[in-house]
Write a protein that binds this ligand. Structure first.
Ligand code: 9MJ
Length: 686
């Protein structure tokens, strides 16, 4: 074709514009990195703004050249209806806490004992940020997914929100033009700085909006916006400190990993102290504690990590935390206030907990009006009396506690508290086992225990029954409508309508919520039973190990103890629970009313590798009930299968859920094997 005709000049112009846009994007990514990560800008703010404006003008004039990863797109996207959830490919563990030098030395001894070494261990120590842990997934060098830590196994997908954070790279930097890792999962803490927090709250007050209690709440609230355009206006920042899965070169030490992350464009805390021995870790802790109030962000301690990744691997993890890391916390935020009274609460397992009712006081931005006194020994040890002025503290998310009495403030009017000899709720006998701090109400039918068990059964993470709050549970138990969680499934609208503040609509909704939750993942079913020491994490381990309720119930103490993360005390408690005739009957009644614990593929797979799915091509159609389609896709892919969008002669299996469409017909005409969810489960677990 001849040159310079109108037909050929237009594509060339577009090509020139495309090149200019690409150059601007590359430059702006680079300058973002210099500014936010290296804190060493190469150009002035004005020059940066000019480049950004030029890019935005070109993009506006050429929507066909849009790129979701352009440095111009930190403004948020249209709102979501709800957050999707995603399973972390490697669990995001939390950290064990240390509160004294002794705790840290114990940790060092445990590390050495576990590794069977006497040599000094090298640690890398970091400031511990009090923010929101997130995971960023990069595929082919681009930010593909961001999620919250959630329960450690699954989190909420907050990609659009995270994309608005200026210190999160949208595209990885690869300085020497090297290819980026094909897959990289990076972990870090999202937070709001103190100066920015003050400005944010001042602005909210000006606009008649309630201020945030503290920077952590502000960061959490900003990250959990369904409308990322709101997130974009919040001054969120990130420091990265870890990796999940990586397909590419794996660094040999934690410090090398941080340096590698920094080269890729991630913001690393400049105060990290690499490869130090325990005495220097202690010095570092004190240094940080001294400077903590001059930093522009909240830190609540030091994180100490074994530096050598190979040693980290050898140390492994317990059910909730790695053995190679520890958070040595600073002393908590404290305030003084008065003890108005001491009440005794009866928990799910009958434990009596004395609780101080306090004159409400703001501790680190959160109003505290109750503080746990733990147990009788603690009250005696601290000599807490009703009417005392006390020092209370709140550390992170833990329940506030009374630290000590300010004796100089005593007037002589204070009264000594006596732990009741009988249960304050049911008047039943109270016992205290040798070696245990807690006194327990021994009456299994104590209304306080029943209520607490039912509340636990209906709570998030268990059956998650919408509309069954504490007040309603109280009424149901007090009116003797139910005496066990198994009775919930027999509640009908007529009975419920007779209760306070229960209209026909709420009654109908509640019955519907209870009935519709009968298909429940096994791990949540096990958690809901309220077995002592079986929290969400242990329940998950049991589900993964036994894969069925029957097998879990039949497991011997030895078998239970064989599970990594289940110790003798937990094993005993589980065996004891299932040995009780009463508990077995309750479980049977729940099952008889149609409750069906199922294996949730997204969580409870045993990580099989030689799967019959490997290499097979799947198509999914219809509504799946045991998981979302994207979870099914992930499961199949992680077992080595492939999921495509349409049925062809290359398809091996069609997985048909509820209301399958034309794909089912096509599969039948092509003679392709059709699987229902149960058959898919068979394949996934074979
Ligand atoms: C915080 N919060 O600053 C970790 N963290 O490492 C740092 N948290 C962590 N590291 C493994 N610096 C699990 C959590």
């Amino acid at each position: 074709m001849p040159k310079n005709t109108p037909e050929s000049s237009r594509p060339r112009t577009i090509e020139v514009i495309r090149r200019e846009i690409e150059t601007l994007r590359r430059e702006l990514h680079h300058h973002n990195y210099r500014y936010h990560v290296l804190d060493d800008p190469e150009i002035s703010d004005a020059e940066y703004d000019r480049k950004l404006r030029r890019l935005m003008d070109l993009e506006a004039a050429h929507p066909e050249l849009a790129d979701p990863d352009s440095p111009s797109v930190r403004v948020g996207a249209p709102p979501l209806e709800r957050f999707e959830t995603v399973r972390h490919s490697i669990p995001m563990l939390s950290l064990d806490n240390a509160f004294s030098d002794g705790d840290l030395l114990d940790f060092d001894r445990r590390v050495k004992r576990h590794l069977g070494v006497q040599d000094e261990i090298r640690y890398t120590a970091e400031p511990k940020l009090d923010g929101i842990a997130v995971e960023l997934v990069y595929r082919g060098g681009r930010l593909a997914l961001a999620s919250t830590r959630g329960d450690g196994l699954t989190g909420e997908v907050i990609t659009e929100n995270v994309r608005t954070i200026r210190t999160v790279p949208l595209v990885l930097q690869t300085p020497k033009g090297d290819a980026p890792p094909t897959l990289l999962e990076v972990r870090g803490e999202v937070f709001i700085g103190l100066g920015a927090f003050k400005r944010l709250n001042a602005n909210r007050l000006k606009n008649d909006l309630p201020p945030f209690a503290n920077p952590r709440n502000a960061a959490a609230g900003s990250l959990r916006q369904l409308d990322s355009r709101i997130t974009a206006e919040r001054p969120l920042e990130i420091f990265c400190y870890g990796m999940g899965r990586i397909e590419g070169e794996i660094p040999e030490s934690h410090w090398e990993m941080l340096e590698y992350l920094k080269r890729l464009g991630f913001r690393i805390n400049p105060l990290v102290r690499p490869r130090i021995k325990i005495p220097e870790v202690l010095d570092y802790y004190r240094e940080l504690a001294a400077m903590r109030h001059s930093l522009d962000y909240d830190i609540d301690g030091t994180v100490v990590k074994v530096d050598d990744i190979d040693l980290q691997r050898r140390l492994g993890a317990k059910s909730r935390s790695p053995r190679w890391a520890l958070a040595y916390k600073f002393e908590a935020v404290q305030e003084t206030t008065r003890v108005l009274s001491i009440e005794v609460q009866v928990g799910r397992t009958g434990a009596l907990t004395p609780v101080a009712r306090l004159d409400p006081v703001s501790v680190g931005g959160v109003t505290v009006s109750n503080a746990t006194l733990h147990n009788e020994d603690e009250i005696r040890r601290k000599d807490v009396r009703i009417g005392d002025t006390v020092l209370v503290q709140r550390a992170g998310d833990v329940i506030p506690e009374v630290v000590k009495v300010i004796e100089s403030r005593r007037t002589g009017e204070e009264t000594v508290f006596q732990m009741p000899g009988r249960c304050p709720v049911c008047d039943g006998g109270v016992e205290r086992n040798a070696g245990e701090a807690a006194s327990r109400c021994m009456n299994m039918n104590c209304p306080a225990q029943i209520k607490a068990r039912i509340r636990h059964f209906a709570a998030k993470g268990a059956f998650d029954i919408d509309g069954l709050g504490a007040k309603l549970v109280n009424q149901l138990v007090e009116k003797e409508i139910i005496t066990s969680y198994a009775d919930l499934f027999h509640l009908d609208e007529d009975t419920l309508q007779g209760l306070e503040r229960m209209g026909p609509k709420s009654a109908r909704n509640l019955v519907e919520a209870i009935q519709s939750g009968k298909r429940i993942p096994l791990r949540r079913f096990l958690y809901s039973l309220g077995i002592r020491h079986v929290g969400e994490s242990v329940a998950g381990l049991l589900a993964v190990h036994f894969q069925s309720l029957e097998r879990t119930m039949a497991a011997s103490r030895e078998e239970l103890e064989g599970i990594e993360g289940v110790g003798p005390e937990i094993a005993d408690s589980i065996r004891h629970f299932f040995d009780q005739e009463e508990n077995r009957k309750t479980i049977q009644r729940i099952l008889d009313s149609g409750v069906e614990p199922f294996l949730d593929f997204a969580y409870e797979d045993a990580g099989k590798t030689d799967s019959p799915i490997a290499g097979k091509v799947f198509v999914l159609t219809g509504t799946l009930t045991s998981m979302t389609r994207s979870e099914a896709k992930k499961r199949i892919e992680s077992a080595g299968g492939k999921v495509t969008g349409s049925v062809s002669k290359n398809t091996d299996y069609l997985v048909a859920g509820d209301k399958p469409g034309s794909k089912l017909k096509k599969a039948e005409t092509l003679d392709i094997q059709v699987l229902d969810e149960a058959k898919l489960a068979d394949l996934l677990y074979r």
